[in-house]
Design a protein around this ligand. Structure first.
Ligand SMILES: *[C@@H]1O[C@H](CO)[C@@H](O)[C@H](O)[C@H]1NC(C)=O
Ligand SMILES: *[C@@H]1O[C@H](CO)[C@@H](O)[C@H](O)[C@H]1NC(C)=O
Ligand SMILES: *[C@@H]1O[C@H](CO)[C@@H](O)[C@H](O)[C@H]1NC(C)=O
Length: 373
């Protein structure tokens, strides 16, 4: 849906001038000081510059301003399909969700991906205002499609065939928890309902808020959510990959030395996203996997779980805590931390135009290669 449908006031439009100036200034400052980068900042000057722009843009522009200038996920998918001469294949999944196929849908394996972004559409556009300052309001979606294409290509080189099925879910507050979880489950239900689809060939993956949904789907598969139709699984899922999972909806990050100079997000994103997703709902084991009792993880129907995080990300303490707890209840959990990497580096670096392999991206692909049938 076209984003020209987002209406801005004259004041918001005029505000682009000082906003752009401040973003340019942040970029210029990063370029200068970046020459003396330390281990706490990005590996390359280009990324250091890109992250600074990103941080400043998400902090300075309002979500509706960002929405005004950026295309929607569905548009990006169409553009991706056109550019790569493939036929766009989108599937209505019910509850307002859409799934997009990337790769050969008859591939032996399918990776269902939940991204950390929200679907932008006309009817829901106002809701983006609830994501002020967060990476969640920014549809950096071409990075996702590039990431999917790299996954498919690298597995193919290793002799495995995989397709990606990406979900776009609905924004709060037109939909709040548990709608997004319902949508995430319906994507999996759709994949499992394909003829001869063995659950061991189905992989779940997600980054940031999408990592929260991966945890929610596993939780639902093991402990059916009272408002969601149970999943009928005949075997375990092949695996679940959670990149920088956001599984603790506290409105503030834990007491720690927070340095965001090597990351792309700031603390400002926690409160808006948590309250946006929850609406009036209370937090539970599905929304906050980090707070679930250890026995909650025990019967997750999945062969392997991979958690990744970046050494520089402000969410890392939360990711580490989750991994530690998860391991106590569920044997096959692995945590991988990418050195000098930011929040969701495997995707954001691609979005910024740096296609150098990230440690996390490489790990996710080798993990998938090993587990895929
Ligand atoms: C996938 O399989 C379906 C049914 O088996 C078939 O109709 C379709 O042409 C196949 N698609 C591709 C891309 O091979
Ligand atoms: C939360 O509850 C209030 C009062 O009952 C209501 O006006 C509001 O629409 C609810 N918000 C959501 C997101 O459901
Ligand atoms: C979480 O799961 C446990 C069972 O493992 C249950 O006793 C508890 O009520 C759940 N808590 C929430 C908030 O859902």
């Amino acid at each position: 849906m076209s984003l020209s449908t987002v209406k801005l006031t004259l004041q918001q439009k005029l505000d682009f001038l000082p906003a752009i100036a401040s973003i340019a200034l942040a970029g210029f400052y990063a370029l200068l000081t970046g020459l003396w980068r330390t281990e706490r900042e990005a590996k390359t000057l280009f990324l250091h510059f890109g992250y600074a722009i990103f941080r400043q843009a998400t902090a300075r522009l309002t979500p509706s301003q960002m929405q005004y200038i950026l295309p929607s996920s569905d548009k990006i998918y169409e553009r991706y399909a056109k550019k790569n001469h493939i036929q766009a294949q989108s599937v209505e999944l019910g509850y307002g969700a859409l799934g997009h196929w990337v790769g050969d849908r008859n591939a032996t394996n399918v990776l269902v991906w939940y991204h950390g972004k929200h679907r932008l559409s006309k009817q829901r556009s106002e809701s983006i205002a609830h994501y002020a300052g967060g990476g969640f309001g920014l549809p950096a979606n071409m990075g996702y499609f590039k990431f999917y294409a790299h996954v498919i290509r690298d597995l193919q080189r290793a002799g495995k065939s995989i397709a990606v099925f990406g979900l776009t879910y609905t924004l709060a507050p037109h939909a709040t928890y548990p709608t997004q979880l319902k949508q995430a489950v319906s994507a999996v239900r759709y994949i499992l309902s394909q003829p001869n689809r063995d659950p061991a060939t189905v992989f779940l993956g997600g980054d940031s808020a999408g990592g929260n949904l991966v945890g929610g789907v596993l939780s639902h598969a093991a402990h059916p959510h009272p408002e969601i139709e149970p999943l009928d699984l005949t075997a375990n899922f092949g695996g679940a990959a959670m990149i920088a999972p956001w599984t603790l909806l506290d409105t503030e990050f834990p007491e720690q030395e927070i340095y965001h100079g090597g990351d792309i997000i700031t603390q400002a994103v926690a409160q808006p996203w948590a309250s946006g997703y929850l609406g009036n709902a209370t937090r539970d084991n599905y929304t906050d996997l980090s707070n679930a009792p250890i026995d909650w993880y025990e019967n997750f129907p999945v062969n392997q779980v991979l958690l990744t995080g970046g050494e520089h990300e402000i969410l890392l303490p939360i990711i580490r805590d989750l991994a530690e707890k998860f391991k106590k209840g569920f044997q096959n959990v692995e945590l991988f931390v990418g050195r000098r990497e930011c929040h969701v580096a495997p995707i954001y670096n691609l979005e910024l135009g740096d296609s150098t392999e990230t440690e996390q991206g490489k790990k996710v692909k080798s993990w998938l290669t090993e587990l895929a049938l």
